[in-house]
Design a protein around this ligand. Sequence first.
Ligand code: GLN
Length: 240
Amino acid sequence: MRIRVGHLYPEYLNIYADRGNIAVLAVRAAARGHELELIPVSLGEAVPAELDLVYIGGGQDREQALVARDLVGKRAALHAAVGDGAAVLAVCGGYQLLGDVYRDRAGDELPGIGLLPLHTIAGDQRLIGDVLLECAWAGETLAGFENHAGRTFLAAGAEPLGRVIAGSGNDGVSGAEGCRQGRVYGTYLHGPLLPRNPWFADRILADALAHAGVDAPLAPLDDALELDAHAVAADRARNR
Ligand code: GLN
């Protein structure tokens, strides 16, 4: 099956090698006989039709300001894609812009597109370090690292991606990290995230495949190396 992936602003929002997440999805899809059709979508470019997955990476305030107003122009198309069942993975700066608003460190308010029920306000101290999350909804853990000034506040009833075992998470206080709504996932975790969290890579892949019409379980892969990398990152977070 061909999986259509819209990669938003790859030349602007790719801090900490977040595009590595796409490489992992491509390899794991190919290992099951599927193919990723990767479509970059940048400033002034229309959101392609019939996307199975939308991906947006992280970036500093400057890059976010460069893309935010253009992203608002893509709001309707992205809401339509999600309404049709497409999956979304958003990391850090991209995650913030999926909410209602991001007030950056200069105090400028960047509009979000309201795909996730949250808003973000930059604080004085950056939240930096290794992170370990418990994702009770999946019975799994996620390990990565964070580097953000933003404090993200989930609306009442919004589901976090996970609970912080070690690290700061959305705001350094609530113990929540990220946000999950249907097939839309936002997180602060860089790494890139997916190489050391194979279960989550397969979750994203399964959601995108389900939208593409393939609703069968993914064949297991030999994830010994990935699981070792997860264990090392998890230990680093616990001992930070
Ligand atoms: N500029 C945003 C912040 O500082 C996001 C940073 C990032 O994407 N790593 O919170």
